[in-house]
Ligand binder design. Structure first.
Ligand SMILES: O=P(O)(O)OC[C@H]1O[C@H](O[C@H]2O[C@H](CO)[C@@H](O)[C@H](O)[C@H]2O)[C@H](O)[C@@H](O)[C@@H]1O
Ligand SMILES: O=c1ccn([C@@H]2O[C@H](COP(=O)(O)OP(=O)(O)O)[C@@H](O)[C@H]2O)c(=O)[nH]1
Length: 470
């Protein structure tokens, strides 16, 4: 059983005012969907909006929608999840807000998720809870159903103690997570942050990646870097339909020498503004021309009722207007900006068309877009410019790694990638493709589930605690 704030589909109102289902935005859904397809099981999540739906099937997936009221959306999803936790866990890139009524609603919604999971899970089932919106669910669920194996996975960074301790409810969150048998993170540093906080703030004994609870249970915290369906993307990218579409995209852009590409949810953590500024400066400096280079930026609408996100959209669109107004020529805008979301086939065509993929978040749990680009470059060409602060940078070491706060460094990397020789490109791309092929989403899910099952056996049989712990 999967328990996540998001279902793979989202109820939205289209341009004509009709309600329809749309694929949910973001990497959590991209990663879990292929895993659920390969297994039996149900997926409990919020279907978007306030409407109540009965359990239903989509493409063979069993979905159990859990409705939220308008107040819950405002206080749990937009408020505590995305106004408090999101910025706090992303290095305080924006200022987190702390409101007691948001916390109360977060607790209430977490309890409803836990109750629904407790009601539906079979005896001894494995329940995998996902992400920062549901950090209290493991403990609540364990209280209701001690027979279950419970795993938790955090898709976003877990901050160092110095930042986490700003949170007035820090202890409750840590205790909530400790309801799981296994707590997974994207990177080892996040797991270490968690273990250290548990020792300091909750006072439990720890040793390496294990936490020893007073009731004799042990909890393991470890890194499981998430990934993509690498084979599926490579196959799609190599198809005739995608090749034709990629050629059509290049043609529509006026056959520039090089296409730069950015694809992100419109989120202030993603560094979209800084990268477009860097590109604009390269043109105004004369290092690039609009005849030679175009920047395609896809900005997926996200969390549009949260003020920070609305302001960001205005800022970016003003910048795109200014760059194109100052530097573009007739039929040759410097930036081709698209405020929309595309299906997988179109994403593969964009990846195939792009010579330089630019991924510059200030902080990102993983960033699947970077991995998808690599998977789609079946000819072993193309350059990836990647922020050091994306989880993906730990694995994709052959990318042009940049610090998104360093404007000149970013400009230099974009230019180097632009001028790179084919031999250099293929040397880097080959190594990155190998990494992604060997560590795909199936390997990610298998390693988490294997560890969860081993861990549960280990923890149930464990009655005596070791004498030496640090
Ligand atoms: O559900 P939304 O509020 O619309 O946001 C979309 C998702 O954004 C976040 O995605 C993260 O998960 C990716 C896969 O592990 C990872 O690559 C990325 O770095 C993360 O930002 C969020 O964690 C999800 O809960 C949201 O559904
Ligand atoms: O128009 C779009 C833009 C993005 N995505 C998908 O959204 C996910 C974004 O995940 P990522 O980890 O890069 O960032 P997140 O949005 O989860 O923070 C990737 O799987 C993309 O393929 C998509 O399907 N259509």
């Amino acid at each position: 059983m999967i328990v996540a704030n998001r279902l793979p589909v989202d109820r939205v109102t289209d341009a004509r005012g009709r309600s329809t289902w749309r694929r949910s935005p973001g990497g959590l859904v991209s990663a879990i969907e292929p895993v659920m397809r390969a297994h039996d099981g149900v997926w409990i999540g919020w279907p978007g909006g306030t409407q109540k739906f009965k359990p239903f099937k989509v493409d063979g997936l069993d979905l159990v929608p859990l409705a939220m009221s308008a107040e819950e959306i405002e206080e749990h999803y937009e408020g505590f999840s995305n106004g408090t936790l999101w910025p706090l866990y992303h290095d305080v890139v924006a200022k987190p807000e702390f409101h007691r009524e948001w916390w109360d609603t977060y607790v209430r919604v977490n309890r409803r998720f836990a109750e629904r999971a407790a009601e539906l899970a079979a005896e001894g089932a494995t329940v995998w809870v996902h992400d920062y919106q549901l950090q209290l669910v493991p403990q609540m669920l364990r209280e209701l159903r001690p027979d279950l194996r419970i795993g938790f996975y955090l898709h976003i960074p877990f901050p160092p103690a110095e930042l986490f301790q700003q949170l007035p409810w820090r202890r409750q969150i840590l205790e909530g997570l400790l309801g799981a048998d296994l707590v997974g993170f994207q990177l080892p540093g996040a797991a270490q942050n968690f273990i250290r906080l548990v020792r300091q703030r909750v006072g439990h004994k720890t040793h390496r990646d294990l936490v020893y609870l007073p009731d004799g249970r042990t909890v393991r915290a470890a890194a499981f870097p998430i990934s993509i369906d690498a084979g599926g993307f490579a196959e799609l990218a190599a198809s005739d339909a995608v090749a034709e579409r990629a050629a059509a995209i290049r043609e529509a852009l006026g056959n520039p020498r090089r296409i730069f590409l950015g694809i992100d949810r419109l989120d202030y953590t993603k560094g979209i503004y800084a990268r477009l500024r860097a590109f604009g400066e390269l043109i105004s400096d004369g290092a690039l021309t609009v005849e030679d280079a175009v920047f395609v930026q896809v900005a997926v609408p996200s969390r549009e009722r949260v003020e920070h996100y609305r302001n960001l959209r205005d800022d970016i669109e003003r910048l795109v207007g200014r760059i194109n107004g100052d530097l573009g020529r007739i039929g040759r805008p410097a930036v081709s900006y698209l405020h929309t979301s595309y299906p997988r086939e179109e994403m593969a065509a964009l990846y195939r068309a792009a010579d330089i993929m630019v991924v510059t978040p200030y902080r990102d749990g993983m960033n699947l877009v970077a991995k998808e680009y690599v998977a789609c470059r079946t000819d072993e060409d193309g350059a990836l410019v990647l922020s050091e602060f994306a989880g993906a940078a730990d694995e994709l070491r052959q990318a042009w790694l940049v610090n998104p706060y360093d404007m000149n460094g970013m400009k230099a990397a974009l230019l180097e990638a632009y001028h790179a020789e084919p031999k250099e490109l293929s040397r880097r791309m080959r190594a990155m493709r190998k990494q992604i092929a060997q560590h795909d989403v199936k390997a990610w899910a298998d390693s988490f589930m294997t560890e969860l099952e081993d861990d549960a056996a280990h923890s149930h049989s464990k009655t005596v605690r070791p004498a030496t712990r640090s």
